[in-house]
Design a binder for this molecule. Structure first.
Ligand code: GDP
Ligand code: IMO
Ligand code: MG
Length: 413
């Protein structure tokens, strides 16, 4: 592993190459052991990153999945929209498991606060769209970024205000929201969430200097956990069926205030097949019984909303597009084991002008790859499948997931 880590260099971003839920959390958790600082850059609690350690499942929405590694500094970047009650709940869950986090958590003061009413607005907008709904996570993401772009948002440094000042900040926003969306906002409830967060988190607030201190003074290595994925990017994804943040490596750097040249590598994470939650195009979607089988074997139900994920096959043009956007150094191909029983594995190769996708059908391996740690132990057909991804994307597959546990991973130097 050391040779591979050396080649990745000190600042590495983990970026989803499909429509999210590729298994970014798991690879972040594994690699976090080898980095000094773990950072999340963009998005909010629309993310759901599940990891399994010692048979115990942990789900992260705002804290990076690497947070289980005790003693490592954790940063929440300026590009994030943070729902404070959700963050506190996550912190308390970790603390209840005996893992202290607040003493090593830095939250950039310029990150935006996602208020409860952002969630209400998200619900109202989705309802208003009717059959054209996006299928959002209803976590308030769009409305929080709307406020940010309109320069009406409340940032984390608001937690330094007095109670009276905070009440007035909320009250005038609540009035505008009620007039615009016809929903009723509880100023008292918003205020009490902010005061609770102020009490519990004010010591975690940090200026941007912290990241430069890590990078230039302490020469720390930094692992950046991407959230969402390339095809959900607000600019480059399948608009309007996207999220509202920049989900690429460039977006992650921007969210943390890092200069582009700081990034030394970027790992593209893709499932050995493909899933999507919410609406929007999905050229290789498998709606029938085979799709149901992928869903059941892969446990494809959203970690954030519990929604069944739409399932289908790998789509090479999408991987190549994600790779162009992000400049992947290598792939982490996850959930290979989910294909263990498939007699035949289709892979979408190209897409013609009419949107039709020709496939290559790989013979399945019909044997257990679950839990395999070494590439040479994989059945020949599984290796052919991996080699084909490398040949068709011109990017090496250095990590292969063979199960949900921390240990279920093949690392290829
Ligand atoms: P993320 O949002 O990209 O972090 O991915 P999620 O955590 O939402 O979804 C990935 C799911 O697959 C989680 O339940 C993981 O525990 C699980 N998982 C990750 N890697 C593997 C793998 O290689 N094999 C299997 N069977 N499950 C995996
Ligand atoms: P992780 O980090 C999968 C999808 C939603 C919806 C669209 C917009 O776990 O991979 P939003 O609530 O962001 O306004 O929803 O984006 N979406 C995700 N899908 N994984 C995610 O995060 C997602 N975050 C947002 O399902 O289609
Ligand atoms: Mg997820």
């Amino acid at each position: 592993m050391q040779k591979l880590l050396d080649s990745l260099g000190p600042v590495c971003a983990i970026i989803g190459a499909q429509w999210g839920d590729e298994g970014k959390g798991k690879i972040v958790d594994v690699l976090a052991a080898h980095y000094d600082v773990i950072a999340r850059a963009c998005g909010g609690a629309n993310a759901g990153h599940t990891i399994v350690v010692g048979g115990k499942k942990h789900v992260f929405h705002l804290l990076p999945a690497g947070s289980l590694h005790e003693g490592k500094p954790v940063l929440l970047g300026a590009g994030m929209v943070i729902h404070l009650p959700t963050l506190l709940e996550e912190i308390h869950t970790l603390e209840a498991a005996g893992i202290s986090i607040r003493d090593r958590l830095g939250i950039m003061r310029s990150a935006h606060i996602l208020l409860n009413y952002h969630k209400q607005i998200d619900g109202a907008i989705e309802e208003g769209r009717g059959s054209k709904k996006i299928g959002t996570t209803k976590r308030g993401i769009g409305p929080a970024y709307m406020d940010k772009a309109a320069r009406t948002g409340l940032r984390m440094d608001a937690l330094l205000l007095s109670e009276d000042e905070l009440r007035s900040e909320i009250a005038h926003r609540a009035g505008a929201v009620e007039r615009m969306y016809g929903i009723s906002v509880s100023v008292d409830e918003e205020l009490s969430c902010l005061l609770e967060a102020k009490e519990q988190l004010h010591e975690c607030l940090t200026t941007m200097d912290v990241i430069y201190e890590f990078l230039y003074t302490k020469k720390s290595s930094i692992l950046i956990e991407g959230a969402q994925a390339a095809l959900l990017d607000i600019d480059h994804g399948t608009y309007p069926y996207v999220t509202s943040s920049s989900t690429t490596a460039a977006g992650a750097l921007q969210g943390l205030g890092l200069p582009p040249k700081a990034l030394t590598s970027c790992i593209g994470v893709a499932k050995a097949y493909c899933t999507r939650v919410g609406e929007g195009t999905f050229p290789t979607e498998e709606k029938g019984e085979r799709g149901d089988r992928l869903r059941e074997r892969g446990g494809e139900y959203g970690a954030t909303t519990g929604r069944p994920r739409r399932c289908g096959w790998l789509h090479i043009p999408s991987l190549n597009y994600a790779s162009l956007l992000n400049g992947f150094s290598c792939w982490c191909i996850t959930k290979l084991d989910v294909l263990d029983e498939e007699p035949e594995i289709p892979v979408g190769l190209t897409q013609d002008a009419k949107g039709n996708t020709p496939y290559e059908n790989f013979p399945g391996w019909k044997s257990k790859t679950a839990g395999i740690h070494s590439y040479t132990d994989l059945p020949e057909n599984a290796r052919k499948f991996i080699r084909s991804i490398e040949e068709r994307t011109h990017i090496p597959v250095n990590f292969i997931g063979t199960g949900p546990n921390r240990e279920d991973l093949i690392v290829r130097e």
